[in-house]
Ligand binder design. Structure first.
Ligand SMILES: [Zn+2]
Length: 269
């Protein structure tokens, strides 16, 4: 009785129990796409245009790679469902309404928009341009990744004002590395419920970057900037967002960097 073979599901559970933490990479891609689309140009919908024979034909709307990736990730995360409230009307949703919306309702609206595009091409582009789909996607991310205080559930805090020093931080383009300096405080922007995290970049620039523009990945124990400026993670207008990285000639030497908070190599205890 004890020697029966395990079903694939059971084997998987046993394997997963040894994993450090559930990866959130799909959620990271989802929110990253929302910022990439936010930065991108206004998306044209399907329209009539003349072809080489001078016949008017319907031309598909703009479909940048960030949009196709967004839709693929939405399906992979089961955020596009078959059973949803078909009467949900996303047209006049406001940012404030989306922020207060329960998760189930957010998923209804996302399902509604993505599925409506199959019957009425151009729906997706319209809901990217008016930001409603992007805000719904960020709300779904918040519900999955953040706790009630809007802090990443997977990122341990030491106390209200502190997190571990020395956590690896990567810039949005993944070209510049930083380390956490241990400080944490509420974001002072009135419209923002995020948290500022102290980072010392290898460029020598010390800053506090808001959790709205970065993601903590528990499977690699790294923080990635996903929105706004490359190292500032600042996405609220006006552009240019926050401080850009300084030129390489101004960066501190590795020896000097390694004497600073976050970069200092601590003796193993
Ligand atoms: Zn903020």
């Amino acid at each position: 009785m004890f020697s029966r073979t395990k079903s694939p599901g059971e084997r998987r559970r046993v394997y997963l129990s040894f994993m450090p933490a559930a990866p959130l990479v799909e959620w990271e891609s989802l929110k990253r796409c929302s910022f990439d689309l936010d930065d991108g140009p206004f998306l044209g919908g399907p329209h009539f245009a003349a072809n080489e024979n001078n016949e008017y034909v319907i031309v598909s709307g703009d479909y940048p790679s960030a949009l196709s990736e967004l839709v693929e990730v939405l399906y992979r995360l089961n955020l596009v469902r078959s059973g949803y409230d078909m009467n949900a009307n996303p047209d006049s949703l406001t940012d404030a309404a989306i922020k207060k919306m329960p998760d189930d309702r957010v998923r209804d609206f996302i399902s509604q928009i993505v599925r409506a595009d199959r019957l009425n091409e151009g729906t997706l582009q319209r809901f990217v341009n008016n930001m409603i789909l992007l805000q719904l996607v960020r709300a779904a991310y918040d519900h999955e990744v953040f706790n009630a205080k809007h802090w990443p559930k997977a990122l341990a805090t030491l106390d209200e004002q502190h997190v571990a020093k020395g956590v690896v931080v990567r810039s949005r383009t993944n070209k510049i590395e930083g380390r956490t300096t241990g400080g944490r405080q509420k974001c002072p922007s009135t419209s923002c419920s995020g948290w500022l995290l102290g980072v010392l970049w290898e460029t020598g620039q010390q800053m506090h970057i808001c959790s709205e523009g970065w993601h903590f990945e528990p499977s690699t124990d790294e923080i990635h900037v996903i929105g706004g400026g490359d190292i500032s993670a600042r996405y609220i207008s006006p552009k240019p967002w926050g401080r850009p990285p300084s030129p390489k000639s101004l960066w501190p030497s590795k020896v000097e960097l390694n004497t600073k908070t976050g970069w200092k190599i601590l003796p193993k205890s």
